[in-house]
Design a protein around this ligand. Sequence first.
Ligand code: NDP
Length: 300
Amino acid sequence: MTTTIAFLGLGAIGTPMARHLAIPDFSLAVWNRTEAKTTAFVAAHATKAVRAASTPADAARGAAIVITCLPTSREVEALLDGPDGLLAGLARGTLFIDCTSGDPATSQRIAARLAEVGVGFIDAPVSGGVVGAEKGALTIMVGGDAALLERAMPVLRAMGEKIVHCGAVGAGDALKAVNNALLAVHIWSAAEGLLALSRAGVKPAVALDVINASSGRSNSSMNLFPERVLTRAFPRTFRLALLDKDVGIAAQVARDQKVPSPLIQLTAELFRAAHTALGDEADHVEAVKYLEQMTGDEIQ
Ligand code: NDP
């Protein structure tokens, strides 16, 4: 028997994730705020059981599983209400999987509202970027009831490789935010170090060659800087606005837990400033350009 799935949010990462659900196991309804993306997705899967939903309610109607992948938890929460909202289409017993990199408090509020109408909720943010999504090789970190995760497994396995139960609702969001705060720290600190080394007469390519065979290496030094900064390519795969949001969530989690966190708080401030300076469409790695503007030098 096929499972009916609704997928809402055909953005940079949502689109390649949803592609893995256009398979014979599933009957898929897709919805996106900008209708052209829904139309293009359905056209690209014309031979499959994929339909365009006209509203969130229409997408949810008849679905056993509803998946959202939106910028923040705020947009997910806003999609619940109104005559065309998800709650108008959700039936008791439906499972709601939120793949947004959300914030724990809002996810907990959404879970409580859905529980009132008999709908289970798990937060299931992802890591691995657009390339990982295209390969169906994402890491998926899940918060919520273990029995709900068990039900979600066939769908999550279609999109991800490593699927980990992290704790109660919000635990996936918290872990994802901290992971991305580490990413931000690595990008920023590598940029500072390479700019300083450059002025000291060490070429960035030489510095990265040594760092990547030494203890200071990270995904940023091994992949992002060689492929995106030194080449000056800066492809737009994950918006700086979203990383700014993620570091902000991590900073809030640390404050909520009363953990002294000067480094994460400072990183949140730096990425907020970089986002403001570079705009909503800049890629996350372009935060490096903000530091370059301060110094007047370029890492190349
Ligand atoms: P994008 O900005 O590319 O896409 C955002 C999606 O949300 C679009 O489909 C957009 O619709 C929709 N959207 C925006 N605002 C609203 C709204 N008010 N109501 C309804 N829909 C809305 O984001 P990504 O796909 O890159 O990211 C989605 C989530 O995944 C984020 O939480 C992000 O942090 C996370 N993530 C992203 C990764 C990446 O590499 N890109 C990696 C890991 C996690 P429209 O087309 O109309 O603009």
